[in-house]
Design a protein around this ligand. Structure first.
Ligand SMILES: [Mn+2]
Length: 337
């Protein structure tokens, strides 16, 4: 009960990665699309799409049992399919009904496998861009020479259109309504809660595509459309910091209505034209006040430290940054309990 430490798991790092997060005090974890055997068997997301980019019950159960083997509870999946298997939904392109139907299959099968949380986002990523997809730099320099990512709106404004034309806010809202109204009854039935990630970066428009989840009002509007306890938020603190809003107030607002499903913890510093990532202790947000607000609204879920500055001797799976994050968040949880 209450706020708990969570983690993303990376099965391809081996079972010792699961044990590593367990050692740092994590009990609850979230999986991702890259663990879907259908995805791992193929070289390209398009090939996955041809096979049907949804999860089978047996693969979900196997995943859950592998986590349970080291004492971890698999809560659910975040971004269960690659962006290329969901983008027609966001942009309202031909083929979106098939992508939605595949999404619904995953929701049903998660319910059958006893997984209750499904994180998703509403970003139409430019094709071919992978990790930290919407940074303008992945090689900026942070404290002590650590490598950090950064976003500069002026650089982003010079990018070509991602999808060949400008999309309107109305279009994307209508596409969102179409999607969420199809999913909610199925999610309710399956006992699965959806959590939408803020747009990353939370700017108004990128590559000609509006960013619906970049303001408090946008989140509010989306939840009002869904009107269901099965629809909630992934409180990604890095992006909420980049929005420049009063985060404890937002937590009290949404949390009092039980709409915060889980969250991410990242450090972000705002800059004149964008932001840069940083260590948690130097972030432009009041973490103690944020975790107090979570406790005050009776939040019952996980907060997941994720990517962090890359220091000397960091590993490919970011063990060093993660262990710093686990310790930082664990202390915040203890101090706010
Ligand atoms: Mn996040």
């Amino acid at each position: 009960m209450g706020t708990r430490l969570g983690a993303h798991v990376f099965l391809d790092e081996g079972d010792h990665f699961l044990q590593f997060v367990k050692q740092y005090g994590v009990n609850d974890v979230m999986g991702m699309y890259r663990h879907n055997p259908a995805y791992q068997r193929t070289a390209t997301p398009l090939a996955v799409e041809a096979q049907g980019p949804y999860w089978e019950v047996r693969d979900l159960v196997r995943f859950r049992e592998r986590c349970a083997g080291v004492g971890l509870r698999l809560l659910g999946l975040e971004n269960p399919v690659p962006p290329s298997c969901f983008d027609h939904v966001i942009l309202g392109l031909p083929g979106r009904d098939r992508q939605i139907e595949n999404f619904l299959v995953t929701v049903r099968r998660m319910g059958e496998a006893g997984l209750t949380l499904l994180g998703y986002n509403w970003m139409a990523n430019p094709p071919g861009v992978k990790r930290y997809s919407h940074r303008t730099s992945a090689t900026a320099t942070g404290r002590g020479g650590a490598t950090i990512t950064a976003f500069d709106q002026e650089v982003a404004d010079a990018l070509p259109l991602f999808r060949g034309r400008e999309y309107t806010d109305d279009e994307l809202w209508e596409n969102y309504r179409y999607f969420i109204q199809a999913v909610i009854p199925v999610a309710e039935q399956a006992g699965v809660r959806l959590a939408v990630h803020p747009d990353d970066p939370p700017n108004g428009r990128l590559g000609g595509i509006p960013r619906l989840f970049s303001t408090v009002a946008g989140h509010e509007r989306a939840l009002a459309i869904a009107k269901s306890p099965a629809s909630g938020l992934n409180m990604c603190l890095g992006n909420w910091t980049a929005m420049g809003v009063d985060i404890p107030a937002a937590i009290r607002h949404f949390g009092a209505r039980g709409q915060i499903v889980y969250g991410h913890v990242q450090g972000v510093q705002r800059r004149e034209s964008g932001f840069r990532e940083c260590f948690l202790d130097e972030a432009d947000c009041d973490f103690p006040a944020i975790f107090r607000a979570l406790a005050d609204v009776g939040f019952d879920g996980v907060m997941i430290p994720a990517h962090s500055p890359v220091t000397i001797q960091e590993t490919p799976a970011h063990h060093i940054g993660l262990s710093y994050g686990f310790g930082f968040v664990n202390a915040l949880i203890k101090a706010s309990a």
